[in-house]
Every structure is written in C-alpha cells, then in structure tokens.
Design a protein around this ligand. Structure first.
Ligand code: GDP
Length: 434
C-alpha cells in the first residue's frame, strides 16, 4: 500500500486531519481488548484506493528542541512516504517554522501536497494565496474541524501515488520478519539464521523504499526475511526513536506471512513487547514468540514453565502462538526455528473442508447451546471458510446481533481443536442468512 505522511509544525491540526482521514477505524482498533495502539500509523481509503497514513506529529523525538523535532519528523516523512501532505494553518499565515519545514521538503523528489488547514469558511479563502510563496504549488484549503476540502486534498494525494511494484517472491516463498525492542537480539538471530552453511543467501535491495529483504533457500524451500535493513549492519538508524521503530516494524509486519516476536529472556516482558505483538495479531499474521538469550539466564527445571505462564498471562490474545526458547549466540535451538515457521505458515494458509467444518460447528452447538437474547435464540445455519492468511470463516445465522463475543471465542476454540491452526489467528464473522 502507498504511504502518506502528514508533516508540519505543531498546532496546524495534523492529528485532526489524520483522524478525519482514518475515520472510524482508529476507534475500532482501539476497542480490541489487550491492545493499545498509537494513533500515528493507520490505514485510510479514498474512493477505491487504500493507503497507509502517518501522523509524523505523533513521533516524539525526546529532548530534541522544537525545530529539531520538526526537522526529524520531516526527514522520517521523506524517507517513509510516497506522498507528503505539508500542513499549514490558514489563520496564522505563513510562519518561519513553515518556511523551515518547506526548506527540508525541497530536498525530496517525492510529491508534496500543500494543505492550508483551519479555512473554516469561504471568506477565508482569500488568505490562502500567501501560501504559494512556500513553493509547493496550489495550496489546498481544508477545515479539519468542519471536514471541508478533504475530498479535493485526497484526490490530489491519490493522483500522486506511484505505481507500486510489489515484490514478487512467488507463491511458495515464506515471508517472515523479526520484530521486537532494540537489543533483544534480532540482528544476532538474523545472522544466526543466515549464517548456517546449509543456507543460500541473497540480499534484495530497494524492493520497497529503503527496505532490504534477505532471501534464503534451505533445501527446496524459499524464505524471505522482510526488512533486514539495519539488522545486519551496525547502524540501526531505524531504531533511533521508539516510535519510528514501531512504524518500521508495522511495515515489516504488513509484508510478512509470519512474524517472530522476539523477547529478551534477561529482561522479561515489557509494555512495548505487548504493543508490538498486538500489531502482528491484529494484522492477522502467523505469530511465533521467540525468547532469545536463553543462554544468559539462570535456569532450573521450572524456568521454562514459569516463562511460558508469564507469556501466556501477558499475551492472552496470542494463545495460539508457539514459543521457542533459544540463543542466537550459542545457536541453541536456532535450527528449530525454520521448521516451526514452516508449520505456522502452512496453518496460516490452510483451507478446511466445508463438510468437516460444519460437523465441527454442529458438534459445538450440541455441546454448548447458542446464546439467546430477549427470548430469541441464535441459530447457526452453516459456516464456510472464505479466506486464508489468516483463515477466515463466515458463520451464517438468523440474527448476528445475538452472537456473543464469548460464543465466538468458543466456536473459534472448537475449530482450533479440530483442525490445529497453531500459530495463526483465525477470524470468525457472523452474517445474517439472506
Ligand atoms: P537487536 O537490536 O534486537 O538487533 O539486538 P542485537 O542482535 O544487536 O543484540 C543486542 C545485544 O544482545 C548484543 O550485544 C548481542 O551480542 C546480545 N545478544 C543477542 N543475542 C544473544 C543471545 O542469545 N544471548 C546473549 N547472551 N546475548 C545475546
């Protein structure tokens, strides 16, 4: 998906516009239990075009002085975005800070669309002409609070989208990424994986912006490790600010089939770990939890069990994810990783037979009656799998409103027990039978 970034000095209304563009999606996402999401990266759509959008104002660069913050946010936009919305404030006119942002944006060849916010009524339109002086062509008057002008702005933005050549790795190639906080050992693990002699490695440069993917072939199987940029080298610019690293991780997750959530055994589980893992879950990717630095801790016969309990407690929504305890340094159990990735990837794209699926559902109903509401009972007619990656099932019912979250969970568990699906989220959608 193309990426749009909103840049501009503080208080021009970037977040308001971001929320307008993203619409209801942000709140839907935030309702997911156990997952808190930053409002800095989300998806939007205009007409029939989907895109991702970044509010660079949400990327805090700690301790940096005001202008430095803006500068770095603009740099991130230049690096990450396909189209940049440069936002200014029509009530305040062109300020020095706007001119500073403009100077940074002159350096990019990427399209910059100039938006003048807070133009709440037509009389104010006169004032937008000053903004031609910024050198980015026609200023687009908008009003975040009134929702005016957004359509025209988005038309222009969408017109500037490049033809994205999505890298084509072939059907059977398993794409995976390693995500986690800085220093949990992602680079070491990538190197350990790529270092094994049985593996043939090649770097694929510049597939998506500055991402570098690494291809490896083991026997007959092809894998691509998504976005190893920075991981195999010393300079880890992409981790220099926490939120930027989250952004980077989100993009890697989106392009992956399977996501390895890497934890550091020495440090246990942090808030940031949960957040990152939550993204992978929400994105519907296969997930494996990797506990790295297993060599570095004191262990006895209970340690693994205690870790497992702790992980299950903190990552409730990831109860399907296998856990691997390993050491990138001593290579202990590193060789178990690819086979687990294979299994998870197979499950992630597994299709089940409709007849068996419906038997499972009917057995489930017999075991645990469907919920009722105001004297009406939920009736389930049949279920069918409508998608893979992740496996997605539609359950046809009389009244979708009577379907209860807990009953959906129950059905999901029955489906899991019947078919496996280790490592992959599955989705259940209730539809009214027409
Ligand atoms: P990244 O920031 O997640 O890519 O982490 P790195 O791979 O750069 O590792 C951070 C530090 O942890 C380095 O000093 C590594 O040598 C160390 N490290 C990585 N994996 C292991 C491990 O399995 N055991 C131990 N003891 N140290 C590790």
């Amino acid at each position: 998906k193309p990426v749009v970034a909103i840049v501009g000095r503080p208080n021009v209304g970037k977040s308001t516009i971001f929320n307008r563009i993203v619409g209801e999606r942000v709140s839907i996402v935030e309702d997911t239990p156990g997952v808190t999401r930053d409002r800095l990266y989300s998806s939007g759509e205009w007409l029939t075009t989907d895109f991702n959008i970044i509010d660079t104002g949400g990327i805090e660069i700690s301790d940096a002085p005001f202008m430095e913050q803006i500068r770095q946010q603009a740099e991130i936009a230049i690096q990450e975005a396909d189209v940049i919305i440069f936002m200014t404030n029509g009530r305040e006119g062109v300020t020095d800070a706007d001119e500073n942002v403009a100077k940074i944006l002159y350096r990019t060849k990427k399209p910059v669309v100039l938006a003048v916010n807070k133009v709440d009524n037509p009389e104010m339109r006169e004032q937008i002409y000053d903004f031609y002086s910024l050198g980015f062509g026609d200023p687009h008057p908008i009003s975040g609070s009134h929702g005016l002008g957004l359509g025209d702005l988005l038309d222009t933005v969408v017109n500037h989208f490049p033809e994205i050549e999505e890298e084509d790795y072939g059907e059977d190639t398993i794409k995976f990424s390693l995500i986690g906080r800085p220093n949990v050992g992602k680079s070491s693990l990538v190197n350990a994986l790529l270092g094994e002699d049985r593996v043939i490695v090649s770097d694929i440069e510049g597939t998506t912006r500055d991402a570098v993917d690494s291809k490896l072939t083991v026997g007959e199987k092809d894998y691509v490790i998504i976005d190893t940029a920075g991981m195999r080298k010393k300079g880890k610019v992409y981790e220099s600010t926490e939120k930027y690293s989250v952004l980077r991780a989100l993009r890697a997750i989106e392009r992956s089939d399977v996501v390895l959530v890497v934890l550091n055994a020495e440090e246990g589980i942090r808030e940031q770990d949960k957040k990152i893992a939550g993204y992978a879950h929400e994105a519907g990717k296969g997930v494996i939890i990797v506990v790295n630095k297993w060599d570095a801790i004191e262990k006895n016969d209970k340690t693994m069990k205690e870790f497992e309990e702790n992980i299950r407690e903190h990552f409730k929504y990831l109860d399907y994810a296998p856990i691997v305890y390993l050491s990138a340094v001593t290579k202990q159990r590193v060789n178990t990783l690819l086979p687990i990735i294979d299994t998870v990837s197979e499950n992630h794209s597994m299709r089940v037979q409709s007849s068996i699926l419906n038997e499972v559902i009917m057995d489930a109903i017999a075991m645990n009656p469907t919920p009722q509401d105001k004297g009406r009972r939920l009736r389930i007619y049949y279920a069918t799998q409508v998608a893979v990656k992740p496996p997605t099932f539609v359950v046809f019912v009389n009244e979708p409103e009577i379907m209860h979250f807990s009953y959906e969970r129950f059905l999901e568990n029955q489906i899991r027990q019947a078919f496996g699906f280790e490592g992959t989220p599955i989705r259940l959608i209730s539809r009214k039978r027409t």
